[in-house]
Design a protein around this ligand. Structure first.
Ligand code: BGC
Length: 580
């Protein structure tokens, strides 16, 4: 067990704001920085210590800000640099930290670096991106290899001007930077990192931070998807050979000048041993990571219809994935994060519990209880605190905005000649797990468009905003919002156990309930444990008592029912402080 340390990014509770859908202050239908500033007192009252703001940089918005055309400016749709400075100051005045998103695997194709690079093979920035010649087969031009972009199609795009292809692991408008070049890394450090640390931000959520280093021989990927032209090539670009060298360089050359800067890295597709190489304290690379095993449960691979197909997972696999994330810190110097939602995931109620109106609120509180008791830095995503749910089943493709979803849908249309049953299957997958589910605007009250905007929202507001909104939940002491507030308070009060404790599951194979304890054999907590009971079922479940807790003095700290009884009612949650 790593001893608790005062790092602010370990003890704090974080809240992610995806600006376009958070709060609009000027009636243009798009959320903005002033909208966020107006809600800082709300976040403070919720118990938030750290705000993570998703990209607000200048961007053509081809991937909603993850395609940056100027690292040193704010996109006009979100506000100005002065607004951002005000946000930094107000967060600090209120005792909160601010993390920005650091998107440096790629830029926008409208970034000045790329505009120059694409001109010819000899300009000053000619090698700042990853350019390769075409492969000629029977006199016909083909991409340099068969890599598939994460968002579908080839990972290479042809530029006539230069007579070469460039690599883009995401949409074609997101060309990958060539990290192999010293001057590229120095420019990134200067413009994307130091610029913001100098202005006072406290750290970054680091986008796709295990993709910078590629297999520079760019070999074809093995064929695993029969009949597909482009193949998944993760083995050639995830956790590549120079990742650790570069992250250490970044820490030593840049971050160390600014004190305890938090670097919260996104590490998809990485097993526990590999994660530790990035995040053990002594390697000084990342502060903590988002591990994706929980949110990826049930798989999400393949092209076309398969892109958004998930298999129903069982509760033991959920417990196993949570266990992996919890065990990252056990007996190590590493730190982790606890989360169930972000802007790339469907809503957690639909994904891991139930969105059935009969149980929705109770289940939202149950998931809050789970998260509130997990080791690591807790990240809450906008709207999660009021129990927002996936898009309604009645919505069609016309409401979908995300290029990833749209590409997948059009791919199905193309492959299956528009066959309606195939399209319905594609749509069903999108409704279940597409990123759009997390991107509908936040419901602030029951007025038109949920109080998100006084104008026309850029994305349709969920039909359920009159039933699920902040203003109503403020008034209701037993709402998910008020439950979250209480849960965060308890998490802070018993941080030695909840935030730093060792996690143990007691009913691993039980398909309907989840019982775990948190303990910490130091700091005066040797004789205490947190004991958490959760129901993942529509039916009554028996309690599974860990043997060493039986017959011991138990104090109920929180529950989503008024009087917890002998059994767990559907979707019930309770946490006890046990004196051993
Ligand atoms: C971000 C996504 C984005 C992608 C490309 C991610 O992991 O979270 O929203 O599309 O990186 O930047």
């Amino acid at each position: 067990m790593s001893a608790p340390t005062p790092n602010w990014w370990k003890t704090g509770t974080a809240y992610q704001v995806w600006p376009a859908s958070y709060k609009d202050s000027n009636g243009d239908g798009i959320g903005d920085i002033q909208g966020l500033i107006s809600t800082l007192p709300y976040l403070k009252k919720l118990g938030i210590d750290i705000v993570w703001l998703s990209p607000m940089y200048k961007s053509p918005q081809k991937d909603f800000g993850y395609d940056i055309s100027d690292y040193q400016d704010v996109d006009p749709q979100f506000g100005t640099l002065a607004d951002l400075d005000e946000l930094i100051k107000k967060c600090h005045d209120m005792g909160m930290k601010l993390l920005l998103d650091l998107v440096i695997n790629h830029t926008s194709d409208q970034h000045k670096w790329f505009l120059e690079s694409k001109k010819d093979k000899t300009n000053e920035k000619a090698d700042w991106y990853i350019w390769r010649d075409a492969k000629m087969v029977d006199g016909k031009r083909h991409p340099p290899n068969n890599w598939r972009s994460i968002f579908g199609g080839s990972a290479w795009e042809w530029v006539e001007e230069r007579g070469q292809y460039y690599l883009h692991l995401f949409v074609p408008e997101q060309p990958d930077l060539n990290w192999e070049l010293d001057e590229v890394r120095q420019a990134i450090y200067r413009e994307a990192i130091s610029f913001w640390l100098d202005r006072g931000v406290d750290g970054f959520r680091v986008d796709t931070c295990n993709l910078y280093s590629k297999n520079t021989s760019y070999p074809d990927a093995p064929i695993v998807l029969m009949g597909e032209e482009y193949q998944p090539a993760e083995a050639h670009f995830v956790n590549g050979p120079r990742m650790h060298e570069w992250l250490k360089e970044q820490r030593e050359q840049v971050l160390d000048k600014y004190g305890d800067v938090a670097m919260v890295g996104e590490l998809p597709g990485t097993d526990a041993a590999e994660v530790l190489k990035y995040v053990a304290a002594e390697v000084r690379e990342l502060s903590c990571v988002f591990d994706f095993d929980v949110v990826s449960l049930g798989g999400r691979h393949g092209a076309g219809v398969k892109k958004h197909q998930v298999h129903k997972h069982d509760l033991p696999s959920f417990k196993q994935a949570i266990g992996k994330q919890q065990d990252l810190t056990r007996g190590t110097t590493a730190w982790s994060t606890a989360f169930l939602e972000n802007h790339d995931q469907a809503r957690s109620l639909n994904r891991f519990a139930t969105a059935d109106p009969k149980y929705r609120e109770k289940a939202a509180k149950m998931l809050a209880t789970l998260l509130g008791c997990l080791t690591g830095t807790l990240f809450i995503y906008q709207g999660q605190e009021i129990g927002m749910v996936n898009m309604p089943d009645s919505w069609g493709i016309e409401e979908i905005k995300d290029p990833d979803s749209l590409n997948a849908y059009h791919d199905v249309m193309h492959r299956h000649d528009g066959e309606p049953l195939w399209l319905e299957k594609a749509m069903a997958g999108i409704r279940r797990v597409a990123r759009d589910n997390a991107r509908t605007p936040v419901h602030w009250d029951s007025s038109k468009h949920g109080g998100f905007t006084t104008g026309e929202p850029w994305m349709r507001v969920h039909d359920l905003y009159p039933e699920i909104n902040v203003a109503d939940q403020e008034k209701n002491p037993s709402s998910p919002l008020n439950y979250w507030r209480k849960m965060i308070e308890i998490r802070q009060k018993y941080a030695e156990l909840a935030v730093f404790g060792d996690f143990e599951t007691w009913d691993f194979l039980e398909p309907d309930s989840f019982t775990f304890t948190k303990e910490n054999k130091s700091n005066g907590y040797e004789k205490k444990k947190l004991l958490t009971f959760l129901s993942f079922s529509d039916e009554v479940q028996p309690l599974h008592f860990p043997p060493d807790c039986k017959g011991k003095e138990m104090e109920l700290l929180i529950s989503n029912v008024d009087e917890p009884g002998k059994h767990l009612t559907p979707w019930e949650a309770r946490v006890y402080l046990v004196s051993l």
